[in-house]
Design a protein around this ligand. Structure first.
Ligand code: CP3
Length: 388
């Protein structure tokens, strides 16, 4: 499915950006950089704007969600905005009773633990979640991309396993033990829960991309609690199903210009063609503690793989056969270390990232709320000024 001609990718606004080109595996002279959780409590302007508004209400208030998305782009000069929302927003829009407790995370009124609980979820057919359901999301994306111009917006969604980990537990948990038990104790109920979650989260992601986001990131934050075998057997099919909701979205770019005018008299020279290249909207797949799963996470239909801080990027690139772009992986704990220590670490990450075809610098997980935001701005300047 071709994106609308007015979409920032089709209109040529963001297709040539460092971020989008890197996600397609084309190494850029300057390494692009953005930060997971760049919008949020590390910014005083965010804390001020959020006073008196609950997290999920803020997500469904288009002007506020858009403003919060733009704050870190203005302040840090990062190469992308990440849409301000939450992985549980599509569940709320599907009618699931959920709130986000400050300092804790998503909490559900009724945990989903039995076949009957899953049947209750299935009363909402994911196919019924239409443009009207996602209207506040699409509106926030449109307001945001109108301001961002040539800076791409990244849309995101939670992967089915990470959503199921919250749904089954009823809230945050350490080892997601109830969810992992369900996958073995009642694999049929588990796969129905995963399929439902995949379609709901996939619809949320598709709404963001159709409305103007130029890339997608699927967060499987808690997949690191799984063995490779369980991931491949009980989780990967649902993640692939979630991504199938956006894999078909394409845009056209002009053929890159040849460095020299083609010598058409030379034997065997192919005549230049004006045929445009058709590309898919690039997809990033990220998890925490997923060093053993990188290859499997690529295989579900990602273009770029996000790496947490535990696996050095040269090792991650090796595990991905040196053919997959990587994103990461500055240790968030380093942000509060002396600048000499942090800057040496960032340069080490940049250097190791050269083992992959392309690299987008990010953290290995989200910005901690206590982070001094001036440090993040300084990291962006370092990355943009760095040359190997
Ligand atoms: O800047 C960005 O990265 C974009 C916004 C974003 C949020 N949540 C906003 C948010 C994104 C991409 C997410 C995804 C998300 N939400 C994930 C996957 C990413 C990850 O961190 O692994 C997960 C697991 C969640 C669930 C969730 N929502 C948690 C664990 C929390 C934190 C609870 C807390 O208070 O520490 C939330 C709430 C949340 N989502 C906040 C923000 C800015 C904090 C809300 C606040 O300001 O009080």
């Amino acid at each position: 499915t071709s994106l609308d001609p007015s979409h920032p990718l089709s209109a040529g606004l963001t297709a040539d950006s460092r971020l989008v080109r890197s996600y397609h595996g084309e190494r850029q002279e300057v390494v692009p950089v953005w930060f997971m959780r760049q919008a949020g409590r590390s910014l005083p302007e965010y804390r001020e704007l959020r006073v008196g508004t609950r997290m999920l209400d803020a997500c469904l208030e288009p002007a506020m969600a858009s403003e919060i998305t733009l704050q870190p782009v203005r302040r840090h000069g990062v190469d992308a905005g990440i849409f301000f929302s939450d992985i549980v927003v599509p569940l709320k829009l599907a009618g699931v009773a959920v709130e986000i407790q400050p300092g804790r995370g998503p909490v559900f009124e009724q945990p989903v633990r039995t076949a009957a609980d899953v049947a209750r979820l299935e009363e909402v057919d994911p196919a019924s979640l239409d443009a009207a359901t996602f209207a506040p999301i699409a509106e926030a994306v449109r307001l945001t991309t109108a301001e961002l111009g040539s800076t791409p917006l990244i849309g995101f969604a939670g992967a089915p396993f990470t959503l199921a980990a919250y749904l089954v537990e009823g809230g945050p948990s350490k080892d997601h033990i109830r969810a992992r038990t369900m996958m073995h104790a009642d694999p049929q109920t588990w796969s129905r829960l995963m399929a439902w979650s995949a379609d709901v989260t996939g619809a949320f992601l598709r709404a963001q991309l159709l409305a103007g986001a130029s890339a997608a990131q699927l967060f499987d934050s808690w997949a690191g609690s799984l063995s490779l075998r369980d991931y491949v057997e009980h989780v990967a099919p649902a993640s692939a199903r979630a991504l199938s909701h956006v894999r078909d979205l394409t845009y056209e770019v002009a053929q890159p210009e040849a460095a020299e005018a083609p010598d058409t008299t030379e034997a065997g020279a192919t005549p230049a063609t004006d045929e445009p290249l058709v590309r898919n909207v690039p997809i990033v797949h990220f998890g925490v503690g997923t060093g053993e799963l990188l290859k499997a996470m690529h295989d579900v239909g990602a273009d770029t793989v996000g790496v947490d801080y535990r696996t050095p990027l040269d090792e991650a690139a090796r595990r991905l056969g040196h053919v997959v772009p990587v994103q990461g992986n500055v240790d968030p704990a380093m942000l509060d270390a002396p600048w000499e220590v942090l800057s040496a670490h960032v340069v080490d990450v940049l250097t190791r990232g050269r083992e992959a075809p392309a690299h987008v610098l990010n953290l290995g997980h989200g910005v901690p709320p206590e982070t001094d935001p001036t440090v993040l701005t300084r990291v962006v300047e370092l990355v943009h000024g760095w040359r190997p």
